[in-house]
Design a protein around this ligand. Sequence first.
Ligand code: MHO
Length: 231
Amino acid sequence: MTLTKESIDEKRVKIPPIDSSVPSKTETATFSMGCFWGPDALFGSTPGVVRTRVGYAGGQTANPTYYNIGDHIETIQIDYDPGVIYYEKLLNIFWKSHNPHTPGWLRQYMSAIFHHNDQQEQFAIETLRNRSRDTQKTIHTEIMPFSKFYLAEGYHQKYNLKQYPELISDYISIYPDEEDFIHSTSAAKVNGYVSGYGTLRGFEAEVKSLGLSLSASEKIRDIISRFKGDK
Ligand code: MHO
């Protein structure tokens, strides 16, 4: 077989630059806002977000799983760079990206904010009050202290991205260990792009840092263009 530029590129295994330059100091936000697949992609695409992971929190049931979730809630955990994005901004995204005005048909999908310190608690209470004042509607969001987060099964992590085997094969070769994939900033961002968040221009600006093969990058351009109607 002749080696072309493409085939060499396909075989390259390298940590994406964006993953090898993560900030050393991050803070964590923990939210529940319905099925966790969507928020995983939404926050993954948000500048300043370093990592995302989905799991279960807020209940007493020991070792919950998706099919044995007990009294836990589907939850997203976000590690962010406080030098780039503030907790208040993440809360803004939280409030505007789901409907906190219904109790939900299952506790699994309820709206909740798990605060990690007093400051987060204050911001959570304040933004809930504002939302309630602005909408004049009942808010069912529960604000509670963070205690324990159980990581969900692998197939729920970056779920939308997992639907593209031709992109996942890149990540499998970079990160044979699933845990490293879950913690990848590159994977969080690409999960955002394939879910319709972000623009072609934004993608071009950071494509080099994502560490993807040429064919995977092309595939992502294609997906973004379809979402944007080729704009
Ligand atoms: N089965 C539902 C929710 C999935 S979410 C991980 C769906 O397909 O939307 O609960």
